[in-house]
Design a protein around this ligand. Structure first.
Ligand code: SF4
Ligand code: SF4
Length: 421
């Protein structure tokens, strides 16, 4: 099997195909600290792409309550258990932050031929597993949880003893997709212009190997057409074809991103250099959050698909749970988010500030407006200085699409309103 670079693992790994990279890559950051589980994103996707016959169990966007929720049921716990069984006790990160264990592609090599042989380790959920997209909604866990409805235990940072959080999920448009690796028909491809992963409906024969091979369970079978379908990253919007949002044809964000009520989502396109690395672009908000600051982390990077969705981890959740989910960068990400410096605070304002994709940000410095005492996760107290800086966002053509100050503007309603009686 060819060797490919995987920056999230800090090493090379085996993958069924040679490395090939798009010029730009669709990517997103979700801030789990802000998600309220309202499912507006879920319904905006549903009403755009999956409202037809045969798509009833298909949720390209879903929001599950962790630790118990999942669509399909227990999707992550089941795969983690399979990986552990394939490589007992060795699914670990080393002291330098590299993953020593086996990815889904490497673990699958232990079953090379005969029944059960797969390019990527996976499983096929049953219809029952897909049935309830939001089971265990808002259900907490923790040693002090009392079943009589009394929510005992502390809710003090750095870790709450009774906790849950909302995990919003879409297809990660992975660099090394498990769905693509698993397809015997070569019906799945990654677009060279934006890295979006699509299923060619003419080639697909509905074998469901992609459903089995996607570790995030974001490829779905449609019984009415006998083909598989998945998130298409609202590609007409990426191409700037929605002229209501993009009068000049600049790339726009997807429906689920645009609809987010909690302002947890920031989606973009990052430039990929000729070696397949993210091009150095610290002024691109995605590159700033993911590569420069590493405040947003990949979901289950140990699966090995190099997902292009990243999460700012929830501050209150026990760290061992977060580290098995987001890898070894959790503590540093939470520390930065707990007391963001001037630049990070400015970039955090860009979430849901524009429906056109922001390719570059700039900051105009303002005066100091506050000092706030903050307790860091390690217990140390620091003083955070807040400046009323202005953050600007620019679209692909370099046009200004966002101008926001750190201090939210307030408006006083006049005494007489148009709807006054
Ligand atoms: S998340 Fe799943 S469906 Fe999406 S690209 Fe990755 S492997 Fe394929
Ligand atoms: S719309 Fe935003 S806040 Fe609401 S569930 Fe979706 S991601 Fe969370």
């Amino acid at each position: 099997m060819p060797k490919v670079k995987n920056w999230q693992l800090g090493r090379e790994m085996s993958y069924p195909y040679e490395e090939r990279h798009p010029r730009w890559q669709f990517a997103f950051v979700f801030n789990t600290n802000r998600c309220i589980g309202c499912q507006t994103c879920t319904m905006s996707c549903r009403s755009t792409w999956t409202f037809s016959k045969g798509q009833e169990l298909m949720w390209w966007n879903n929001v599950e309550s962790k630790p118990y929720g999942g669509h399909p049921r227990n999707w992550d716990a089941r795969l983690l258990a399979m990986l552990e069984a394939a490589n007992p006790g060795k699914q670990v990160w080393d002291a330098k932050g590299a993953f020593d264990g086996k990815t889904i592609f490497e673990a699958a090599q232990t079953r090379k031929s005969g029944p059960g042989a797969q390019p990527a380790l996976g499983f096929l959920p049953t219809d029952d597993d897909w049935r309830a997209p939001n089971a265990w909604e808002d259900t907490p866990t923790g040693g002090d949880f009392k079943r009589d409805g009394q929510y005992g235990g502390g809710t003090q940072l750095p870790e709450h003893s009774v906790w849950f959080f909302h995990l919003a999920r879409i297809c990660n448009h992975c660099t090394y997709p498990g769905c693509l690796a698993s397809c015997p028909r070569k019906a799945i491809y990654k677009r060279p212009d934006d890295g979006v992963v699509l299923i060619d409906q003419k080639r697909c024969r509905g074998y469901r190997e992609c459903v089995e091979g996607c570790p995030y369970k974001k490829a779905f079978y449609r019984p009415t057409t006998r083909t598989s379908e998945k998130c298409v990253a609202c590609f007409p919007r990426l191409e700037g074809k929605d002229r209501t949002i993009s009068p000049t044809g600049a790339p726009a964000e997807t429906r689920c991103m645009s609809a987010c009520v909690g302002k947890i989502r920031l989606q973009g396109l990052v430039e990929i250099d000729k070696d397949g690395n993210w091009a150095a672009a610290p002024e691109n908000p995605l590159a700033f959050l993911v590569r420069e600051r590493q405040v947003a982390l990949p979901l289950y990077p140990q699966f090995g698909t190099e997902p292009n969705g990243f999460y700012i981890p929830p501050r209150w959740v026990p760290r061992d749970y977060l580290e098995q989910m987001f890898g070894p960068g959790v503590e540093s990400a939470i520390e930065q988010y707990s007391c963001p410096d001037r630049e990070l605070l400015a970039v955090l304002q860009l979430f849901r500030a524009s429906r056109q994709i922001i390719f570059r940000f700039a900051i105009e410095k303002g005066s100091k407006v506050a000092e706030v005492e903050v307790t860091l996760p390690n217990g140390k107290s620091v003083t955070q200085e807040i400046f009323n800086d202005t953050v600007l966002g620019f679209n692909k053509a370099g046009e200004e699409v966002v101008r926001l100050t750190i201090e939210e503007q307030t408006f006083e309603r006049p005494d007489v309103h148009v709807n006054s009686i």
